[in-house]
Design a protein around this ligand. Structure first.
Ligand code: GTP
Ligand code: MG
Length: 415
């Protein structure tokens, strides 16, 4: 942004200072008008080369993960530079999962204990011991959440999670850090300190985290889906030994798996070239946060409502529509565990409880909504995705991205 502004100032200023003296006002006017015309043409060309992508969807649907996949595809180097920034986020994800497990165990013991005093007592003692040993780790949750959220805490006692806004990496010493900004430097130093404390405590308590995660009571909770862990929790808890190493640096899979809610809109731009011309992808990652997530919300219905609203929104009438039905891996996993769709979506009725039927059933609902509500009769591209799968997602980005740019070129070619 600042570069664009600077160049526009210099293009106005140069003729006035460097050119020979202009004798009459008319010639000066013509020069100024010519400069304005050139500047407008430059800006128009810049806009023609800009492809805007807005990521919309409900909370936790994978918008930021898709943004990271775009980054892997178009700007892999920038992701390399950001790796260290993700370290405190990974620690935060682990600590939050550990705390949720303890909370649920407490609840279970308090209700179960009344019925069966003997067996749970021994187990309760084991858990109590692990809790005491892990106290230094769990005590860091609020502090890490607050640092990652730039001092903003939302929800009771900061327990609703960590939220990030545009430019959050600068607060953890990454992209956009300005060395001469005292407050930023202090924030970076404090976050780095909390992150390094978390690393040390995790290194000394990794065995207890492993013991908790492997404990039969916890396995039972997870199996019976009593504890509402985020999708990322089991990934990180399984990987605890690697993450607790002193020289740990987040891998690309770690970065894709972390859960960090987006607050507001985060803008990312990537320069790309196609057909010998360069374009600028501008991606707007719109946070879908329900600040206190309501487990009673039926996410499929909620997504369908949101999609219907997008299709009929007049302000988006010139946008191309791409529908990504994400987390297909989880759908497959849940069906394999025997979860019945009709229990959650009664209209599914007696259809076979298998992936292919379920996937096309959901897809057809979205397609119907599009047909009914899109009065502009736009094409709807639909893809099933599993955004943790790098290879598959990269191929979708390549196909969809190229199709969008081709359409964009065809349209701007006509104007
Ligand atoms: N298993 C699985 N997990 C996924 C997939 N896509 C995203 N996730 C995980 O789901 C969690 C939420 O993803 P985000 O990208 O943060 O979701 P979001 O839509 O940006 O959420 P908000 O910022 O709150 O609106 C993260 O832990 C991701 O790693 C997927 O296809 N499969
Ligand atoms: Mg997000």
């Amino acid at each position: 942004m600042s570069v664009a502004r600077r160049s526009s100032i210099s293009s106005f200023a140069a003729p006035l200072t460097a050119a020979p003296p202009v004798e009459n006002a008319e010639a000066l006017n013509r020069m100024i008008e010519e400069d304005i015309r050139k500047e407008n043409a430059r800006r128009k060309e810049e806009r023609r080369r800009e492809v805007k992508v807005m990521l919309l969807g409900q909370a936790e649907s994978g918008k930021s993960t898709l943004q990271k996949q775009f980054q892997i595809y178009y700007a892999k180097k920038s992701l390399e530079g950001e790796r260290p920034c993700w370290k405190p986020v990974v620690y935060f994800n682990i600590i939050k999962a550990v705390r949720l497990v303890f909370n649920e165990l407490d609840y279970q013991f308090s209700t179960q204990g009344r019925e069966n005093q003997e067996a749970p007592k021994a187990i309760q003692d084991q858990i109590a011991e692990l809790r005491t040993k892990l106290l230094p780790l769990t005590a860091l949750e609020d502090s890490l959440a607050s640092h990652l959220s730039g001092g903003v805490t939302i929800g009771s006692g900061g327990r609703a999670g960590a939220f990030v806004r545009s430019g959050w990496q600068s607060l953890v010493g990454g992209r956009g850090s300005t060395q001469n900004d005292i407050r930023t430097m202090e924030a970076i130093a404090r976050t780095a300190e909390v992150s390094s404390i978390a690393a040390k405590i995790l290194a000394s308590t990794a065995k207890e985290v492993q013991a908790l995660w492997a404990h039969p009571s916890v396995k039972l909770l997870v199996h019976n889906r009593k504890v509402r862990l985020e999708d990322s929790a089991s990934f990180f808890l399984d990987e605890i030994a690697r993450i607790a190493e002193p020289d740990y640096v987040p891998t690309t899979d770690d970065i894709l798996n972390v859960r960090l809610q987006t607050l507001g809109v985060m803008e990312h731009s990537f320069p790309i070239s196609m057909g010998g011309l360069s374009y600028n992808w501008k991606i707007f990652d719109v946070g879908g946060a329900y600040l206190d997530e309501d487990p009673k919300i039926n996410r499929i219905e909620d997504s369908l409502q949101l999609f219907t609203a997008i299709c009929s929104n007049k302000m988006l009438k010139d946008a191309h529509l791409v529908l990504l039905l994400n987390k297909t891996d989880l759908l497959k996993k849940k069906l394999a565990q025997g979860i019945e769709i009709r229990k959650y979506i009664t209209s599914y009725a007696d259809r076979p409880n298998v992936y292919e039927t379920a996937a096309s059933y959901f897809k057809s609902h979205f397609q119907q909504a599009h047909k009914k509500k899109d009065s502009w009769r736009r094409v709807l591209w639909v893809h099933y995705t599993s955004m943790l799968d790098i290879k598959a997602t990269q191929s979708i980005i390549s196909n969809v991205g190229e199709a969008i740019i081709r359409k964009h070129i065809a349209e701007i070619g006509l104007t």
